[in-house]
Design a protein around this ligand. Structure first.
Ligand SMILES: [Zn+2]
Length: 98
């Protein structure tokens, strides 16, 4: 078994990816760093982000989106939803049975 470390890590362009920093499209490459983590790098502005960094950012962004509702609707936790649905359907059942 021959082990070798390639001098150049394979980089691949991400089609349609937009750099979050300079907003350039198709300038983002992806490769693995020494920790085996995927890194996104913008060859236009040099912006770099690992997948774990991105995941953390995505989670934060998603939380922001779920908190801000345009029509002020209450957001239910997944655990709350079944309770409400069961309560609603049994109430309507009672009325329609007559
Ligand atoms: Zn960029």
């Amino acid at each position: 078994m021959t082990e070798y470390t390639p001098a150049k890590r394979p980089r691949r362009f991400i089609a349609g990816a937009v750099c979050p920093k300079c907003s350039e499209m198709d300038r983002t490459v992806m490769y693995s760093n020494d920790d085996g983590e995927e890194v996104r790098e913008c060859i236009s502005c040099g912006f770099k982000q690992t997948t774990s960094e991105q995941a953390a950012e995505d989670a934060a962004a998603q939380e922001l989106v779920t908190r801000v509702t345009p029509d002020g609707k209450a957001i239910l936790d997944e655990g709350e939803q079944p309770l409400k649905i069961i309560g609603l359907s049994s109430a309507t059942d009672d009325k329609s049975v007559t």
